[in-house]
Design a protein around this ligand. Structure first.
Ligand code: HEM
Length: 505
């Protein structure tokens, strides 16, 4: 759900902490808009009759590379901190923000039942299936239905005591992956398998442990390529690919069921059925073990099953959709930045190898990686009221994108912004590097407020455990010049080349 620039660039309808800040809600909407500069006066690309601003995004247009961070920078440089788009082919107009003060106004005001434009085909699928007005899950529901679902699942997924139950098991996943990486290394330390796929396998295994209450052993070398376990991983990718096409680009599926749309419906159904299949297996195993656990020993799935099975299936599907690619991208980015910053890696290794401590530097490395190479370009909200932003009238029903990736790389917010400096998350207030000198709304890797990432604590344990194990086992180097290709669509996919060299410590 992930909530990229793309989504807000091509919205089709109006419906729709590791570092999460807690900020008081303020109702910053305006009632009298007469004295404001009109919406149409907000700077933005020029418009032509019928096609509007579409031509700018064509291969010959100034915004052709629409999904990259360069695109964001270009918009900012050319039009400034607030940029208007009219929408295309009747789609909702939208606004792109590079001003953290404006971001804070919208995010704080839209913090009761926030609408995050997102997987509209998933909402369509679940609504169609849902004959009795049952909940549709966090990724698909809005309004009171979303609020109710979230209120019920928050104490399960965000409760530190529950998350802590997974530390040991996630460490088991990490150690298995370390063994797998060892086996995949050639004599020069190069991993003989696509690195992004390997990281996906690790994150899939980790999130399934929580969502399905079991190890699915998806990186077992003996697992057949057509196994249900492997299929689950492919499903996540296929879902993102089709959602990218249908939800986040102009598409005709709203007018008639296109081929891709029909495929998306099948994918959602298959993913739900697969989650149900694994959950049923877990239920059988729990029954076979007999006895009921005391409350404090129950994991996420067991707690959700106590509430109701359908909720457990929906939550598991959403956790898998939202928790696989995101976490693997974050891990790959962190490893890449540590590989090209050997000195920082040495400091981290010293911390990891020393007897139990707070692991402050490790956490800082992850935070810094999420600043420099965030999982998505930004986040978005639909306005439910009128706003005054930089003196302009921003009406209700507009999709607003917050360009966190660009903002968190601006020198005006972060000193030496283009350098990987984990220390900025640790040093005190008097140090010019101190992260708190930046407006907190420049950096929101897990989103904001009541609708922020519900898996953030789980993601933190996954990332911290695996990173510590990698650093303890391997010295990661990078052969050749630094640089990776990042293909930004729904998420910022790191496409390699993966010039990692894994040496024994
Ligand atoms: C580094 C890894 C991750 C990142 C960067 C990330 C980021 C995000 C972001 C930015 C949002 C939108 C928040 C908002 O609109 O304010 C979100 C929502 C969500 N995330 Fe994550 N996420 C990660 C891992 C996970 C994991 C591991 C899970 C599941 C265990 C998960 C489950 C979800 C769900 C279900 C939502 C929707 C919440 C709602 O709408 O109420 N995420 N995530």
């Amino acid at each position: 759900m992930h909530y990229s620039l793309l989504k807000s660039l091509f919205p089709l309808t109006t419906t729709s902490k590791i570092l999460t800040r807690s900020v008081a809600v303020n109702a910053a909407g305006v009632t009298n808009t007469q004295n404001l500069k009109p919406w149409k006066k907000i700077p933005g690309p020029s418009s032509l009759p019928i096609i509007g601003q579409m031509h700018h995004f064509m291969p010959w247009g100034e915004l052709n590379n629409a999904f990259s961070v360069e695109f964001g920078k270009h918009l900012y440089q050319k039009y400034g901190p607030i940029v208007r788009f009219n929408g295309f082919f009747g789609s909702t107009p939208f606004l792109v923000l590079f001003d953290p003060d404006c971001v804070s106004v919208v995010l704080q005001s839209e913090n009761v039942m926030p609408i995050r434009p997102g997987f509209q085909t998933l909402t369509y699928y679940r609504r169609k299936k849902n004959k009795n007005n049952q909940p549709m899950g966090l990724l698909a529901d809005v309004g009171e239905a979303w609020k109710h679902f979230r209120t019920v699942v928050n104490p399960v997924l965000l409760e530190p005591e529950v998350v802590r139950l997974y530390s040991e098991k996630l460490d088991g996943v990490a150690l298995d992956m370390i063994e797998r990486l060892r086996r995949l290394r050639n004599k020069n330390g190069v991993i003989q398998s696509p690195f992004d796929v390997e990281m996906n396998l690790w994150s899939m295994e980790s999130v399934c442990l929580v969502a399905l209450g079991r190890r699915i052993n998806c990186f077992d070398p003996n697992l057949p390529a057509n196994s249900t376990e492997r299929r689950l991983l492919n499903l996540v990718h296929d879902i993102y690919k089709t959602a990218d096409e249908l939800d986040f680009r102009p598409s005709l599926w709203r007018y008639f069921p296109t081929r891709t749309f029909k495929r998306a419906m099948k994918l959602y159904e298959e993913q739900e059925n697969t989650a149900r299949y694994f959950i049923d297996r877990t239920i059988d195993e729990l029954k076979a073990k007999g006895g009921t656990k005391i409350e404090s020993e129950k994991g996420v799935l067991e707690k959700l099953l106590d509430i109701n099975k359908e909720m457990a299936v929906l939550m598991a599907s959403d956790m898998i959709t939202a928790g696989v690619d995101t976490t693997s991208i974050a891990m790959t980015a962190t490893l890449y930045l540590l590989a090209i910053n050997q000195h920082k890696q040495d400091i981290l290794r010293e911390e990891v190898m020393s007897p139990e401590g707070e692991r402050t530097y490790l956490k800082a490395c992850i935070k810094e990686a999420l600043r420099m190479m965030p999982v998505s370009a930004g986040n978005a909200r639909e306005t439910t009221k009128d706003y005054c932003l930089r003196g302009y009238h921003v009406p209700k029903g507009i999709q607003v994108t917050f360009m966190h990736q660009v903002m968190s790389q601006m020198e005006e917010h972060y000193h030496r912004a283009h350098e990987f400096i984990p220390e900025r998350w640790i040093v005190g207030k008097d140090d010019p590097m101190y992260y708190g000198n930046a407006n907190p709304f420049t950096y929101n890797p897990f989103g904001f407020g009541v609708r922020s990432c519900i898996g953030r604590h789980i993601a933190a344990v996954e990332l911290e455990t695996f990173l510590a194990r990698i650093i303890e086992n391997f010295k990661i180097e990078w052969s050749g010049a630094p640089g990776v290709v990042v293909k930004s669509s729904t998420l910022n996919y790191i496409k390699g080349p993966f010039n990692f060299v894994f040496k024994d410590v």
